[in-house]
Design a protein around this ligand. Structure first.
Ligand code: PMP
Length: 391
C-alpha cells in the first residue's frame, strides 16, 4: 500500500547505518537456554532473573487458575473485571512490600503512566533523573505539572532542582531504583535525605530491583532500609516475577485515587486469571526459596568478574544487568551476531535506547544459568571481542 514513503525513507537510512533489527522469535520456553531458528542458545538477554517463567509451581498455578476461572476477564477492573483473586493478590503484595496498599496494572509501563499522568497538577513539579526509563519519560509528557531533569545520579544537580522548585505546591522526585541499561543502583539514601530536606515526595521505579535486591527481593527501598520514607514504589511483574504486569505500592489513598483517575487502569482490561495466580505464586516463591536470589547473585559475580578480567568495559553496573559497552551501534550488533554464532544470545542495544556513543551488548544472568553455560558465554565473548578489536 502506498502512502508511507516518509517512514520507508527512515527505515532505509536505519538499514544503511546497520541499526535496523528484526524481531527474534523464540521457539522454546524462556529458560536459561532458548531455541532460536532451530539453534539452542544460552539466553543472556531476558529479564527472567529468577527463572520463574518456567518454575513448576508457577505453571501449575497458572493452569489451575485458567481451568477454574477461564482464559480472560472480559472487562476493565472498574466495570466487571475485578475478580476476588485480583484483590487478594494486591493485599498479599502490599504485605510483601510493607506498604499500606498496592494497585496492579497491565504492565510496568502503564503503571508509570498512570501515576505520573494523574497524581500531579499544574501547581506541582516533577523532577526526574535524565536516564530514567522511557515509561517515566512518557508518563511525564502526560502530566500537567512543570518538569525538571537532573543529571544522572548527580545529587548536586538534584539539590539545585529542588532549591529552584520551592514555590510549587508539591515536588515529586522520580528515579529508577536500578537503571535498566547500565545496571547501576540509584543513590536512594541521599535522594531521600535531599527530598526530606526540601519537602519533596519520592517515587522509585523498581522494575529491575523487584525480586533482585532487598530482603527476599523486596526492592531498593528495602535494600537501603528506607521502608516508610519513599512515597511511591512502582514495580513490574514482568521481570523477576516472571509473568506480566506492573504495580504501584503506596498508601490506600493513592490506590483509591488511581482507581478513579489512572487512565491506563480505568480504560484497559484486567489481567487474565492465569496471570494473577502465577504472580501470586511468585510472591510465595520469593518468601520460600531465597536460595534463588543467592544463586542469581553468585552467577552475576561470576559473569561480571569474567568479563572484566577479559578487559571489557562493563560500565557502572552493580546488579545482574552487565553491559558490555563497545561505543558504536553497528559494532554492538556485530558483536551480538558473533555471539549467536558461538551459541550465546545477548542483544546489541544502540541509539535511541542508549546514547549514540555508548552502544552495548547487554547481558543479564539468571538464577537458572550454571557455571558451564556462563563459561561458554565468556569464551564466546573473548573470541568475538578479540576478533572485533574490542579487547
Ligand atoms: N521501568 C523500567 C525501569 C523498565 O526497565 C521497564 C521494562 N523495560 C519498565 C518500567 C516497564 O515494565 P513492563 O515491561 O512491565 O511494562
Amino acid at each position: 500500500m502506498q502512502g508511507f514513503e516518509h517512514i520507508e525513507e527512515e527505515l532505509n537510512a536505519m538499514k544503511e547505518e546497520g541499526l535496523f533489527r528484526s524481531l527474534v522469535p523464540i521457539e522454546s520456553d524462556q529458560g536459561p537456554k532458548v531455541t532460536i531458528d532451530g539453534q539452542e542458545l544460552i539466553q543472556l538477554s531476558s529479564n527472567n532473573y529468577l527463572g520463574l517463567t518456567t518454575h513448576p509451581k508457577m505453571k501449575q498455578a497458572a493452569s489451575e487458575a485458567a481451568d477454574a476461572y477461564g482464559a480472560g476477564t472480559g472487562s476493565v477492573r472498574t466495570i466487571a473485571g475485578t475478580f476476588s483473586m485480583h484483590e487478594a493478590f494486591e493485599r498479599k503484595l502490599a504485605e510483601f512490600k510493607h506498604t499500606e496498599a498496592t494497585l496492579v496494572l497491565q504492565s510496568g509501563f502503564t503503571a508509570n503512566q498512570a501515576v505520573l499522568s494523574s497524581l500531579l497538577s499544574k501547581e506541582d513539579v516533577v523532577i526526574s533523573d535524565e536516564l530514567n526509563h522511557a515509561s517515566i519519560i512518557d508518563g511525564i509528557r502526560l502530566t500537567k505539572a512543570a518538569r525538571k531533569i537532573y543529571r544522572h545520579v548527580d545529587m548536586a544537580s538534584l539539590e539545585e532542582a529542588l532549591k529552584a522548585s520551592q514555590s510549587y505546591r508539591k515536588r515529586l522526585v522520580v528515579t529508577d531504583g536500578v537503571f535498566s541499561m547500565d545496571g547501576n543502583i540509584a543513590p536512594l539514601p541521599e535522594i531521600v535525605e535531599l527530598c526530606e530536606k526540601y519537602d519533596a515526595l519520592i517515587m522509585v521505579d523498581d522494575a529491575h530491583a523487584s525480586g533482585v535486591l532487598g530482603r527476599n527481593g523486596r526492592g531498593t527501598v528495602d535494600h537501603f532500609d528506607l521502608n516508610g520514607r519513599v512515597h511511591i514504589q512502582v514495580g513490574t511483574l514482568s521481570k523477576a516475577i516472571g509473568v506480566l504486569g506492573g504495580y504501584i505500592a503506596s498508601t490506600q489513598s493513592v490506590r483509591d485515587y488511581l482507581i478513579h483517575k489512572g487512565r491506563p487502569f480505568l480504560f484497559s482490561t484486567s489481567h487474565p486469571p492465569a496471570v494473577t495466580a502465577a504472580c501470586s505464586k511468585a510472591i510465595d516463591i520469593l518468601n520460600d526459596e531465597p536460595e534463588l536470589i543467592e544463586k542469581l547473585w553468585n552467577n552475576t559475580r561470576f559473569l561480571k568478574d569474567g568479563l572484566e578480567k577479559l578487559g571489557f568495559d562493563t560500565g557502572k553496573s552493580e546488579t545482574p544487568i552487565t553491559p558490555v559497552v563497545v561505543g558504536d551501534g553497528a559494532k554492538a550488533h556485530e558483536l551480538s551476531d558473533r555471539l549467536v554464532k558461538a551459541g550465546v544470545f545477548a542483544q546489541g542495544i544502540a541509539f535511541p535506547t542508549v546514547p549514540k556513543d555508548s552502544a552495548r551488548v547487554r547481558t543479564i544472568v539468571t538464577a537458572e544459568h550454571d557455571e558451564a553455560m556462563l563459561q561458554q558465554a565468556l569464551d564466546a565473548f573473548e573470541e568475538a571481542g578479540k576478533d572485533l578489536g574490542i579487547i
